[in-house]
Design a binder for this molecule. Structure first.
Ligand SMILES: [Fe+2]
Length: 299
């Protein structure tokens, strides 16, 4: 799941219990009553869920299933060319269905025996401290809706395709699963919301949109790239900068477009050293210091 509030369509529940997902006016599903109804129903199922219960079983429509099948098919060839090796290996091991959208418990049943991660339902935005903190326990809060069928290439909103095809395979890898967990352990140490936001931005430019050199090729390991068959064709043409934690942690980004600036690790080893090392060691004090250098430079 992405971390910034603006990515999410707000979800509200009125006095009579009706749940509404408020899509922005320019959302591809904004004028599609059928889609809006589906979004409301799927969010309501997540809100009604209680910890300890099975995840809601969504009866997906044929149109939704077709989006999953299309994206699965399109991504298969692109993952083979552009995804980092561990991701490709995990994809083989996990064996997600390509003919239907799995329930979250089905996803957990595939990933937990390999790597210990379980999926929990989320209606929309989960507060940063809860979302990241849960990663420390190998729990991943996931939406269950599907992107609008008019725009299967890319969604700024984190739908089940992003959560499961993007993050799920990463969670099943040794390196990237551990980086998710370490981000969670780090989040639990932080008390300052601005420092948590810095951490979430480092996460954004690594586990959501990170790239790495492997076998002299630029490959993607970020879930945002690996779940977007539009972006995955474009990322090599973007501006690539060396890993820089302060820059990553303080950069602004526009989620409505493909990410124009990406941060490239020279190797998986460098990634685990720099980003993993940051997650392992960061504290409110160290992040405040990193942020204060930027603020001083801007004055
Ligand atoms: Fe995400």
């Amino acid at each position: 799941m992405y971390e910034e509030a603006q990515l999410y369509s707000p979800v509200t529940k009125d006095a009579s219990g009706d749940v509404t997902v408020h899509l922005a006016h320019d959302h591809p599903g904004a004028n599609d009553p059928m889609y809006r109804g589906r979004r409301n129903d799927i969010a309501a199922a997540a809100l009604a869920w209680q910890p300890g219960e099975p995840a809601p079983r969504i009866e997906y429509t044929e149109a939704e299933q077709e989006v999953w099948r299309t994206v699965s098919r399109e991504l298969a060839a692109k993952h083979a060319r552009y995804a980092v090796t561990e991701y490709r290996e995990a994809k083989q091991q996990v064996g997600l269905p390509t003919d239907h959208i799995p329930g979250l418990d089905e996803v957990s049943a595939l990933i937990e025996p390999l790597a210990g991660w379980r999926y929990l339902p989320a209606a929309g935005l989960v507060p940063l401290d809860i979302f990241y903190g849960s990663l420390a326990d190998r729990l991943f809060h996931s939406t269950q809706y599907v992107r609008h069928p008019a725009v299967p290439l890319y969604t700024p909103e984190p739908d089940i395709i992003h959560e499961v095809i993007g993050h799920g395979h990463l969670l099943a890898t040794p390196t990237f699963g551990e980086l998710h967990r370490l981000a969670g352990v780090a989040a639990r140490r932080l008390r300052d919301q601005e420092n948590l936001r810095f951490l979430s931005r480092v996460f954004w430019f690594s586990l959501e949109f990170g790239t790495v050199v492997e076998d002299a090729e630029l490959r993607a390991y970020g879930a945002g790239i690996l779940s977007s068959y539009g972006e995955i064709e474009e990322f090599r043409g973007m501006e690539h900068r060396s890993l820089d934690l302060v820059e990553m942690g303080t950069a602004d980004y526009d989620i409505t477009q493909y990410q124009p600036v990406l941060y490239r690790a020279q190797s998986v080893t460098e990634l685990t050293h720099v980003v993993g090392g940051f997650f392992r060691a960061c504290s409110d004090e160290s992040i405040t210091e990193m942020r204060s250098g930027v603020q001083a430079a801007a004055r």
